[in-house]
Design a protein around this ligand. Structure first.
Ligand code: 23J
Ligand code: MN
Length: 284
């Protein structure tokens, strides 16, 4: 049989069995266009996640408060007598370790929300647009930079009003502090770390954001224990059923508007948050 005959035979057999067209050729819909854009790299995927390891910095609360456990990993087997053909590990960590998601029930203000735990969050809120506010110059000049309503309003004067359901991400370049001590920046009077004022958080709630994301270890300012209310990013956002993202990186690679974030936390029953992989989709 010649190649041509063979090919006709295969094509005829395909037609007889009604083999569908490749998925990439199906439909003219939004999802097909999205997948085509991914395949052609017109949509780039940027990883906003820090690598988890035993040295991952975790928040340090003063006594008598209890603290989170660090990330730990132990080998079960590695192609050895314990398991000749496989490698795997056990790991453990606090829910709020490394790049992580803060769910509304994390804070007492959100404790009674019916959809506020990691297993009850609406999946529709796990993919959302992002507004990125560049505060890197301010944070470089002042380790205790306070993000205020005027920083939001100034951003909006250039990029338009923050759309409801958006993440607002504060870029500080804090993730470039690879030394854990410099990242946590603990001093005698508490951490010197940038974060939002209560008024800024109130404006975010007014904008009906999906949540607030930062590069530092937590969503609140290092001195937020002394703010009114204390820890406003936690108290006000979670009370309003808004989310938090902490220890993000690569925010310097995002445009001010137009990125989409994918942020599904682990589905821990009754969980207050979880480490997660945060992906940003950016159109080139
Ligand atoms: C517990 C208490 C205070 C804070 C935090 C946790 C976090 O930042 C967190 O990871 O949610 S400020
Ligand atoms: Mn947290």
């Amino acid at each position: 049989m010649t190649d041509a005959v063979l090919r006709r035979g295969i094509l005829a057999a395909g037609a007889a069995a009604a083999i569908p067209a490749p998925a990439s050729a199906q439909g003219q819909g939004a999802l097909a266009a999205f997948l085509a854009a991914l395949a052609s790299r017109r949509i780039e995927i940027i990883d906003l996640t820090q690598t988890l390891h035993p040295g991952t910095p975790v928040i340090q609360l003063p006594p008598p408060l209890a603290n989170t456990e660090p990330f730990r990993m132990s080998e079960i087997s590695r192609y050895d007598a314990r398991g000749p053909a496989w490698y795997w590990n056990n790991f453990s960590c606090g829910e709020h370790t490394g790049t992580h998601f803060d769910a509304p029930i994390h804070w007492v203000t959100g404790r009674d929300l019916p959809d506020g735990a990691t297993d009850t969050l609406p999946p529709a809120r796990m993919i959302a647009p992002a507004c990125v506010i560049d505060c890197s110059a301010q944070a470089a000049a002042d380790e205790r930079f306070v993000f205020e309503p005027r920083h939001i309003l100034e951003w909006e004067s250039r990029h338009g009003r923050i759309p409801a359901g958006s993440w607002v991400l504060m870029r500080t370049d804090w993730s470039k502090r690879s030394d854990p001590a410099a990242f946590l920046n603990m001093r005698a009077d508490g951490p010197h770390v940038p974060g939002p004022s209560a008024a800024a958080v109130r404006l975010l709630v007014e904008r009906d954001v999906n949540g607030w994301g930062v590069e530092a270890v937590g969503t609140d300012h290092g001195q937020a224990f002394s703010f009114e209310p204390p820890f406003p990013a936690h108290a006000l956002l979670h009370g309003a059923n808004k989310y938090g993202l902490a220890s993000l990186t690569n925010l310097d690679r995002l445009p001010p508007t137009g990125a989409a974030l994918i942020t599904p936390p682990l589905k821990i029953r009754g969980g207050s948050g979880s480490p997660l992989r945060v992906l940003a989709l950016v159109e080139r």
